[in-house]
Write a protein that binds this ligand. Structure first.
Ligand SMILES: *[C@@H]1O[C@H](CO)[C@@H](O)[C@H](O)[C@H]1NC(C)=O
Ligand SMILES: *[C@@H]1O[C@H](CO)[C@@H](O)[C@H](O)[C@H]1NC(C)=O
Ligand SMILES: [Zn+2]
Length: 472
């Protein structure tokens, strides 16, 4: 009835006999072959209904198995074995692997680098903000790597329409129920071009649960398709077809994907930034700061995309340097909201929107994470100021008119927060722009003023102009 099954099964066994130690592979069943044919039809363009009526059908099947094995870097045998089957059963993206390009054949891409997206249908598995944060983080990863801007719209047609649905959902590519295909996306273009569909029969999660799939991970991959990238054969690439959990907090766009997106859209545009970056006058009486932190041996004052660096070590105390922040901190391309240093670990944390960067020293490579790692509620979208008090080993985060306290030893927020700034920091009212600790005192910046604050006695010791810190 199925003679070729027997033949392949014997070949499978022969493989086993040639390798030691011998642990007999479980038998490849008829269901396995059905599954493999379905898979190859779907992802490798196996023609016909997959029935093996002739030798040509068998050859076509083996060719596709070979193609698939090659794509995934498996041993290329052309025979269905357990390793190949296991790869086929790995949860994956629904976009086919028919070619070896990094791009779609005609390299479609968005002409307008401001791309509108809309989450047209949410999943009930997660809260609305969690869904939005997952997409925001995934989009930011791509827009940091290339000169792209994403604009969220809440009505009408957007370039990238995002939705969660199950089974048939109106695009001829019905989903397959739980597991298997998790999502698919269309290459850039009109109509459905750029749209992303997630299989609602999956359980979507924020973390790395033993069940379900991490939304950020899948969203980041599908966005790659929506921007014009096809699957990569590099197993470390985000655009590799099978699912592998990535922590939104620590994930950095792999080099293969960075090169891919830059080949389509060019590198992130520092020239444009420089044009819009008028050198600010440090003694402008209106000057305020966005953030201040000690990085290496220099205290860095952030303003828009510009920094001043004031040396703190005795030999060269008060030497002042200045320039675009990207000159000293290559990863920091957006204006900084807040920053603090953790001398015990020799690192500084720099916050831009929902993202933070960990920096050991100037001009060094940094990695990033999500502010939600710190335990902020999702309603917090950015942090105004942050300061670490070494004596207490606590970090204070200022957000609007409240503040949070983070325990660095426990890596967790202290309970009972947020609290009101006005109530607990007498003498300080309203939003704080920047803060840092020096010799046990806190310096808080608000508008054009800098307050020296005694934390123990809870009072303001004196107020100076903010740019007095730059020698003005
Ligand atoms: C690009 O898209 C944005 C957002 O939709 C729009 O405001 C802008 O006018 C577009 N630019 C061009 C050149 O079409
Ligand atoms: C400072 O700000 C005030 C009010 O916004 C403005 O009138 C003044 O021209 C500014 N001064 C400088 C030097 O920019
Ligand atoms: Zn994919």
């Amino acid at each position: 009835m199925w003679p070729w099954v027997v033949v392949l099964y014997l070949l499978g066994n022969a493989d086993v006999i040639w390798t030691f130690p011998i642990t007999p592979e479980p038998r490849i069943t008829r269901e396995d072959f059905q599954f493999a044919k379905e898979y190859l039809r779907r992802f490798n363009n196996l023609a016909g209904d997959g029935a093996q009526r002739s030798r040509r059908d068998t050859a076509a099947f083996e060719n596709k198995v070979r193609e698939m094995q090659e794509f995934f870097g498996l041993e290329v045998t052309g025979h269905l074995n357990q390793q190949t089957l296991a790869q086929m059963k790995t949860a994956r993206c629904g976009v086919p692997d028919v070619d070896n390009y990094n791009f779609y054949p005609d390299r479609p891409k968005w002409r307008n680098h401001t791309i509108r997206y809309r989450i047209a249908k949410y999943t009930p598995d997660l809260r609305r903000e969690q869904v939005e944060n997952s997409f925001r983080m995934a989009l930011k990863m791509w827009s940091d790597a290339a000169p792209l801007r994403f604009l969220k719209v809440d009505r009408g047609k957007a370039d990238i329409m995002i939705s969660f649905s199950s089974r048939d959902h109106g695009d001829f590519f019905p989903f397959d129920g739980p597991r298997g295909v998790l999502a698919h996306a269309f290459e850039p273009g009109g109509d459905m071009g750029g749209d992303i569909h997630f299989d609602e029969d999956e359980i979507w999660t924020m973390g790395d649960r033993s069940y379900g799939y991490n939304l950020f991970t899948v969203a980041a991959h599908e966005l790659g398709h929506a921007l014009g990238l096809a699957h990569s054969r590099d197993p470390s690439a985000l655009m590799y077809p099978s699912y592998k959990y990535n922590n939104m907090a620590h994930y950095v766009l792999p080099i293969d994907d960075s090169l891919g997106i830059q080949a389509l859209y060019g590198p992130p545009n520092p020239r444009k930034q420089q044009q819009t970056l008028a050198t600010p006058d440090k003694c402008d009486p209106n000057l305020s700061f966005d953030a201040v932190a000690l990085i290496g041996q220099e205290r860095v004052f952030f303003k828009d995309r510009y920094v001043w660096l004031r040396t703190t070590w005795a030999g060269q105390r008060n030497r002042l340097r200045q320039g675009p922040s990207s000159t000293y901190l290559p990863s920091i391309l957006s204006p900084v909201d807040a920053a603090y240093s953790l001398p015990a670990k020799g690192v500084a944390y720099i916050f831009t929107g929902p993202k933070y960067w960990v920096v050991q020293q100037l001009n060094a490579k940094s990695h990033y994470g999500s502010i939600y790692d710190f335990g902020f509620p999702t309603k917090v979208k950015k942090i105004d100021a942050a300061v670490h008090i070494e004596e207490y080993r606590k970090t204070y985060f200022f957000v609007g008119d409240v503040y949070y306290r983070y325990d660095e030893d426990r890596s967790a927020m202290d309970s009972g927060f947020p609290r009101s700034i006005a109530t607990n920091w007498p003498g300080i009212v309203g939003k704080i722009d920047a803060a840092f600790e020096l010799s046990g005192y806190i310096h808080l910046f608000r508008g054009t003023k800098a307050y020296k604050y005694d934390v123990k006695k809870r009072h303001v010791m004196y107020v100076v102009k903010a740019n007095a810190w730059l020698g003005c």
